[in-house]
Write a protein that binds this ligand. Structure first.
Ligand code: BF8
Ligand code: SF4
Length: 630
């Protein structure tokens, strides 16, 4: 048998260079070029020291001008910018969650969307004191959805899902006054606090940043994940493939990109209809191939094994293959560049959401009511576009790797139950994992998440850190573009266990799992919160004492900061490979990288050198083990 090899970054970069040559032939732009055009970044922007929240400004802080015109100092300005950044992320994730609530509200026996996991629905209903006995499943779904929607604007109380956290964590949130109330309220409150003439006190601004983040992670995102599972199924392990080689030269290639599974689920369903496949054959294709980019890709890979073409900084590459009939997008992380780029090829760039309208696209408004009809229209449009391919521009890199995905919380506990016989538990618990950590077979766990960022060599930090951590017997749970980085390289293949230390390798063999577990999209970081919450309950260890940390080595988006804030506020130290725009304030930066420990027992750690970042993660995990006496 051939020895298993990872796909190296050099191989991926050589293929990207070839694709960029095609781009040059047709006069296409690229992020690589645009990043160069931008030159070095504005120092004020990068350090967070420019304020433009009123028209007396913009004010920029320098040694000569230490205060804005209103008298706000650098700490107030940096703090306000950080809070607004967080609010942008929390609003984005949570609005995605809200869309999912609306979709759940519209489910019906014979509608576009149905309840696929009634057990999960009933479990949530019970948690929320919604009666389930002798009720039609769709009645329950509608009441749960409506109750979920109320979480966005309820006038009193805090988020319902907070009760899932261990008591100790809930006490910390209460003590620190960061328990999230209605989700929209936390976002609005952040905007209010950062209006001209409101908060300029860094502690208050950072505190609200945590609360706003928590409303996302334990509110909007958690509902997004849970209700997606109810409608589309809770992910269970399955095999798929990743990297550009998943595109097929002789098939109609439809790329789904964005975040909301309500769109991609329908596209997948309609692409499998016999009449669509017949249509594809009638235009000379062998069939229809769906592949994904970004978090939409994670969603459909986790539930259907749909292959993953690439992550955030690969999105232009799929069009540059010349073999993409349509790139269908919903919301978030979509380059506006895809419009003009698609025009250089035969590719249809199809936008579907009023939230993400872009020039040079075909807009087909997609919502829960017209989902079936419009999914058919989109698939048809892509298929009919196949004969327009310019054959001389087609180049699909051969690279692809196997990946096993689908590790929802439920599937992790089920799978790991097989590892230690003494802890077999019918209902599933995290005890086998705790046993592995307690005995030191696994030293700890890292939740590696987040984006790509041209400030970091594409995927380098993700892949190098993963290899280093695995070799040190640290298990990885992944989501977002980090997950796709792993899958493209081959680290999500079960054969990647050869990169692990002896302990982790043994666990992978016994449980038959890859050493990096794909937990889903970025909203699915809520799955990781449920995992650590239950690990804490099952072990008796406080979350902030467990040898488990978060890491976002190539992050770029506002959403990532919202996530970081709720992960830290939940008690997990979080390691960043890109500096937040807070360097300009020793007070804000000091809180984030230290002071928060006194509030929630965890904080951020920023290190731009990948190797050193890995070392400090390992040191952090070992220090937690020592403190626990394990
Ligand atoms: O929400 S990891 S680049 S795709 S923001 Fe975007 Fe970042 Fe990717 Fe998903 Ni998450
Ligand atoms: Fe300048 Fe103050 Fe206005 Fe900001 S709020 S732009 S610091 S005057």
């Amino acid at each position: 048998m051939e020895e298993f090899m990872l796909t190296t970054l050099e191989e991926m970069e050589a293929e990207t260079a070839k694709l960029l040559e095609t781009g040059q032939k047709v006069g296409a732009d690229s992020w690589q070029q645009r990043a160069k055009n931008q030159g070095s970044h504005c120092k004020f922007g990068e350090e967070g020291t420019c304020c433009r929240i009123c028209t007396m400004g913009p004010c920029r802080i320098t040694p000569k001008a230490p205060r804005g015109i209103c008298g706000c100092d650098v700490h107030g300005i940096v703090g306000r910018n950080f809070l607004r950044f967080t609010a942008g992320g929390a609003a984005t994730h949570s609005d995605h969650g809200r869309e999912i609530c609306h979709t759940l509200y519209l489910t019906s026996e014979d509608g576009n969307y149905k309840v696929k996991d009634p057990e999960k629905l009933k479990k949530i209903a019970a948690e929320w004191d919604i009666p389930t006995e002798n009720r039609d499943i769709y009645d329950i779904a509608h009441e749960v959805a409506e109750t979920g929607l109320m979480e966005y604007g309820k006038p009193f109380g805090t988020q319902r899902f907070l009760k899932r956290a261990p008591e100790k964590t809930q006490e910390i949130w209460k003590r620190e006054n960061i328990e999230p109330r209605a989700i929209d309220r936390e976002v609005s409150c952040a905007m209010h606090m950062t209006h001209m003439g409101c908060s300029s006190e860094p502690e208050a601004l950072v505190r609200q940043s945590l609360r706003c983040g928590l409303s996302d992670g334990w509110g909007g995102s958690m509902m997004g994940t849970e209700f997606s599972d109810v409608m589309f199924g809770t992910p269970m392990p399955q095999d798929t493939e990743a990297n550009l080689g998943v595109m097929e030269e002789d098939m109609v290639n439809i790329i789904v990109h964005g975040h909301d599974p309500s769109l991609s689920e329908m596209i997948v369903e309609y692409s499998e209809k016999p009449e669509m496949i017949a249509l594809a054959k009638s235009v000379g294709a062998k069939g229809i191939n769906i592949a994904g980019v970004c978090c939409t890709s994670n969603e459909v890979a986790m539930r259907h094994g749909i292959p993953m073409a690439g992550n955030f900084l690969s999105q232009e590459n799929v069009v540059l293959t010349g073999a993409c009939e349509a790139i269908v997008v919903d919301v978030q992380c979509i380059f506006p560049a895809l419009g003009p780029l698609s025009k250089c090829f035969h590719t249809k760039f199809i936008t579907t959401s009023e939230i993400a309208r872009m020039p040079d696209s075909d807009f087909i408004h997609f919502n829960s009511e017209n989902a079936g009809e419009n999914a058919e229209k989109i698939v048809r449009m892509a298929v009919e576009n196949f004969p327009n391919r310019k054959k001389d521009l087609v180049y699909i890199p051969k690279m692809k790797q196997k990946a096993t995905v689908g590790y929802s919380y439920e599937s992790i506990v089920k799978t790991l139950d097989t590892v230690t016989n003494s802890f077999v538990d019918e209902t599933g618990s995290t005890r086998p994992l705790i046993e592995c950590i307690n005995s030191g077979v696994i030293r700890g766990a890292v939740a590696m998440v987040g984006c790509n960022n041209p400030k970091v060599r594409h995927d380098y930090a993700h892949i190098e850190l993963m290899k280093k951590l695995l070799a040190n017997d640290i298990v990885l749970v992944l989501s977002g573009c980090s997950a796709q980085a792993a899958a493209k390289a081959g680290l999500m293949s079960k054969e990647a266990k050869k990169f692990c230390g002896d302990g982790l390798r043994r666990v992978c063999e016994l449980a038959d799992i890859p050493p990096v577990l794909h937990m889903g999209s970025c909203v699915d970081i809520s799955r990781m919160m449920v995992l650590v919450a239950n690990m804490s309950k099952d072990s008796g260890w406080d979350i902030n004492k467990m040898p488990v940390v978060g890491c976002a080595p190539e992050w770029m988006s506002e959403k990532a900061v919202s996530i970081g804030n709720y992960v830290v506020a939940t008690g997990l130290d979080t390691y960043l490979g890109v500096y937040p725009q807070t360097k300009g304030s020793s007070k804000v930066d000091g809180l984030l990288q230290g002071g928060l420990k006194d509030w929630v027992g965890a904080c951020y750690h920023v290190e731009l050198d990948v190797d050193k970042l890995g070392d400090s993660i390992i040191e952090g995990i070992e220090a937690k083990r020592t403190a626990l006496g394990i």
